[in-house]
Design a protein around this ligand. Structure first.
Ligand SMILES: [Mg+2]
Length: 179
């Protein structure tokens, strides 16, 4: 199977003690009608860079260990992150530090600053993914509509169920992607 994985909140945690809702608000615009993500202006980029300092972005050890342990025969793993260009140095540091290049057969980053959902939609199509896992439900809802043959997994530990497309499945643990 070709399986794609998001980076933040799937393999790397958000900063501790900050509610996810607040972090998410930094990323998405408040317009409910169409999904749009903001590319922050320079002062906010500096702040966002600070929230990506390595000690604030701890690895999700359990999930990294799982991917190292899963037999690779018949599976191809891809890392697909929509982090923007201004986070390239921080992102490269994380890749090196946790040897993510050893886990994944391909690494895809949004360093051309496309809208995250459009960027991921392109990559999912190009790689003909069988499965893709992400913590962002609005993004999954968008790509699920455009990739009917792909199974999408919404990783959310609180095990909340939103209104799901028929090819989107809510999972509390990453291991559930392999069942
Ligand atoms: Mg994420």
């Amino acid at each position: 199977m070709n399986i794609g994985f998001d980076l933040d909140k799937v393999l790397i945690s958000y900063p501790p003690f900050v509610p996810s809702r607040l972090v998410n608000r930094l990323y998405k615009s408040n317009n409910d009608k169409a999904l749009t993500y903001r590319i922050p202006a320079y002062p906010e980029q500096l702040f966002r860079k600070a929230t990506h300092l390595p000690f604030l972005r701890r690895p999700i050890v359990e999930n990294l260990a799982l991917l190292r342990r899963i037999p690779k025969e018949g599976n191809t793993f891809y890392l697909i992150s929509s982090r923007y260009k201004f986070l390239e140095p921080e992102t490269n540091r994380i890749i090196k530090k946790y040897r993510l290049d050893n886990i994944f057969d391909g690494l895809y980053f949004n360093f051309e600053n496309k809208q995250p959902h459009l960027f991921k939609n392109e990559v999912i199509k190009k790689l003909k993914l069988d499965r893709y896992v992400d913590d962002d439900l609005s993004l999954l809802t968008f790509v699920a509509k455009h990739n009917g043959k792909t199974k999408f997994f919404w990783l959310n530990e609180e095990n909340k169920y939103g209104e799901l497309e028929k090819n989107v499945f809510a999972i509390p643990k990453l291991v559930d992607v392999f069942q």
